[in-house]
Structures are given as structure tokens and as C-alpha cells.
Design a protein around this ligand. Structure first.
Ligand SMILES: NC(=O)C1=CN([C@@H]2O[C@H](COP(=O)(O)OP(=O)(O)OC[C@H]3O[C@@H](n4cnc5c(N)ncnc54)[C@H](O)[C@@H]3O)[C@@H](O)[C@H]2O)C=CC1
Ligand SMILES: O=C(O)C(=O)COP(=O)(O)O
Length: 326
């Protein structure tokens, strides 16, 4: 029976799909050593936590690493490819969930929800209503989307059609954008946006993209929302801007260090929302990501290639390891 190692428990519908196809084993811990040890006799690994490169050295049976979600930064692609292991992901199926989180975060920041809720509970009704800085509407503001892929487009659609926001976006290749979306360079986008949303993957190019200089160009009331990956932002520069009231606030779902240390400076700001990497996690998206991961697993176990193969250059090496059935 093939061993399907998963870093986290899957949605029941996904587990049910795998019943009979293999032995589904949830990793006992997520540290590098445990994952590498438990992957040694695995045929497939379903990934929701960073994998160490060393995992691929000892995992001689491993056919595929299947990313439960979009971002591929958790899988060391070079090590997987060198070891002849297929890498696949389940793209786009959590985009709606993340886009709804982005609107929630923008509204919560503009409504100063953290403070209002806290003051009403701690100090009573009048304190909850006593805010000298007024809340603000979304309508008419400009939202700037960095990375106009599945999530960026879902954010743009809801923002333009649901909230009457002006939408601008930056893309790597400036292809024609949909109606109601203006294309800008990253520098123009940070200068012109009231709300800046990071929806790009973490790559060598996007690491540190939101640096001190770009934060310095933002409007004084600008809100920064990050659902991408933590290292896209220079944390020291953002913390300094928040301390000096140089920007309006931030909503951060992802961090350079996860779990976020409990004494992290981000916890100290009233105008910062922090969530534990859960923008893409809803009942619906967990089902879709789980089912997508199970679909890809079943294909690989049937000696076929996954639909969303992300390292096609591995195929020849993989086929030498696991010759296809006639
Ligand atoms: N917080 C959460 O729960 C979640 C976070 N994510 C993160 O969001 C990222 C994007 O997800 P999707 O939209 O599904 O992926 P996608 O691949 O559909 O879109 C990413 C877009 O970013 C663009 N891009 C890449 N480098 C860029 C650059 N330097 N400047 C501007 N644009 C650039 C790409 O061309 C593409 O259009 C994922 O890679 C992941 O890191 C994804 C899902 C859930
Ligand atoms: O899709 C992504 O990249 C995410 O960050 C969310 O996926 P996950 O919750 O890790 O399965």
C-alpha cells in the first residue's frame, strides 16, 4: 500500500477519496528532521508546511510533492527536481477566500474595528463611540494590487464591482488588463494607492519588494495588506513607518517568521491586524484544496503526471525512476 504523508489533516472529502488508494499518514511534527524521517518511506507528500531540501536526499520512494494550495515557496524546487520528484500545486481554488479576506481587512482597518470593539468591551458604550478619527468608506478610494494573478484578479473584481473602488495593478508583463483596471509600475502604484494589496508569489524578485523607499512613497493614510508571503515586506521599514505614523495601518496574514513570535512588534499597534496565515482557509477552500491534492495524488499513483506539474523538466528523470505502464 503506498504511503501518502501529509503535513496536516486533510478535509474529510479528500481523505475519503484516498481511502483504499494508499495509507494516509499525518506527520507527527513539522520540524525538518521529523519530516525528512517520515518521508523516507513515503510515495507522496502533501505539503502545507515548509519542506527541508534534505528531505529529498533520503526519500527514495518519493514520487511527488503536492502543494495543498498555490504558493510553491514551501517546496525546495531544485532539490525536488534533482531527486526526480514531481512537484504540483492546486492553483486558484483559494483565490475567492483570500480576496474576501482582503476586503474584510480593508473594511476592518477603515472602520478601526480592533479599537472600537476593544473599547466597547473594556470601557463601555461611550468609549466605544468616542473616536476622534472617523471611520472611512471604501467607495472612491484607489486599491493597488501587486501581482494580478488568481487572487489579484478576484480582489480587483470584488473591489471594482462590489465597492466602487478604483483598481490599479502592477504585473510582470504589462499585458492588456481587464476593464476598470489601470496598469502602473510598482513605484507609481505605491504612490497613488490608498490601499496596497500584495498578491504576488515570493520569488527572488519579490523578496523585499516593499522596502523602505517604497514605504516612504506611500500616502500618509495608506493601508498595506499582505496575503502574499512575509519576506515581500521589509519588516524593519514597515515597523518604523508605523511607529512614526507614516502610513495608516496594515493587515498582515503572513510573516517572515511563522509562527509569529508572541513578542513581535506588530502586536503593539492598534492600526495593525495580524492573522495566522489563514486568509485562504475557509470551509470551502479547504475542501477544494484537499480534493485538488487528492486528485493529483490519485493521478500520480496511477503512474500519470499531475495536471498542475510545476517542474516539467523533471519528467525524464522521474520516468527513469518510475517507468510508465505501457
Ligand atoms: N495567505 C494565504 O492564505 C494565501 C497566500 N497565497 C500567496 O499568494 C500568492 C499568489 O497566489 P495566486 O494569485 O493564486 O497565484 P498566481 O500565480 O495566480 O498569481 C501570482 C501573480 O503574481 C505575478 N507576479 C509574480 N512576480 C511578480 C512581480 N515581481 N511583480 C508583480 N507581479 C508578479 C504573476 O505574474 C501572477 O500574475 C501565492 O504564491 C502565495 O504566496 C496564496 C493563497 C493563500
Ligand atoms: O495557497 C497558498 O499558498 C497558501 O498560503 C494557503 O495554502 P495552505 O493553507 O498552506 O494549504
Amino acid at each position: 500500500m503506498p504511503k501518502i504523508l501529509t503535513t496536516h489533516t486533510l478535509h474529510p472529502r479528500a481523505s475519503a477519496m484516498l481511502t483504499g488508494a494508499g495509507e494516509l499518514v499525518v506527520a507527527s511534527a513539522l520540524d525538518a528532521d521529523t519530516l525528512a524521517t517520515e518521508a523516507r518511506d513515503a510515495d507522496i507528500i502533501i505539503v502545507r508546511a515548509p519542506l527541508p531540501s534534505a528531505l529529498f536526499d533520503g526519500a527514495t520512494k518519493l514520487r511527488a510533492a503536492i502543494r495543498h494550495g498555490a504558493g510553491l515557496d514551501m517546496v525546495p524546487m531544485e532539490a525536488a527536481t534533482a531527486a526526480g520528484v514531481l512537484v504540483a500545486n492546486v492553483p486558484a481554488v483559494n483565490a475567492r477566500s483570500v480576496a474576501e479576506y482582503v476586503m474584510f481587512a480593508a473594511l476592518a482597518l477603515l472602520r478601526r474595528f480592533r479599537m472600537v470593539d476593544r473599547d466597547l468591551r473594556a470601557k463601555g458604550w461611550l468609549a466605544g463611540r468616542d473616536h476622534t478619527i472617523l471611520a472611512s468608506e471604501l467607495a472612491g478610494k484607489t486599491i493597488g494590487i501587486v501581482g494580478f494573478g488568481a487572487i489579484g484578479q478576484a480582489v480587483g473584481h470584488i473591489a471594482a464591482h462590489g465597492f466602487d473602488l478604483n483598481v490599479v495593478a502592477t504585473m510582470r508583463s504589462m499585458r492588456p488588463a481587464p476593464d476598470r483596471v489601470g496598469l502602473l509600475s510598482i513605484d507609481a502604484l505605491v504612490e497613488q494607492s490608498d490601499i496596497i494589496v500584495l498578491c504576488c508569489p515570493l520569488t527572488a524578485e519579490t523578496r523585499g519588494l516593499i522596502n523602505r523607499e517604497r514605504i516612504g512613497r506611500m500616502k500618509p493614510h495608506a493601508l498595506l495588506i499582505n496575503i502574499s508571503r512575509g519576506p515581500v515586506i521589509d519588516d524593519d521599514a514597515l515597523i518604523e513607518a508605523l511607529q512614526k505614523d507614516r502610513i495608516g495601518g496594515a493587515a498582515l496574514d503572513v510573516f517572515a517568521t511563522q509562527p509569529l513570535p508572541s513578542d513581535h512588534p506588530y502586536f503593539g499597534f492598534d492600526n495593525v491586524i495580524v492573522t495566522p496565515h489563514m486568509a485562504g482557509i475557509t470551509e470551502q477552500s479547504m475542501m477544494r484544496m484537499g480534493v485538488g491534492s487528492a486528485d493529483e495524488t490519485l493521478l500520480v499513483l496511477a503512474n500519470k503526471l499531475p495536471v498542475n506539474l510545476r517542474n516539467p523538466e523533471v519528467v525524464e528523470r522521474y520516468r527513469r525512476r518510475f517507468p510508465a505502464d505501457a
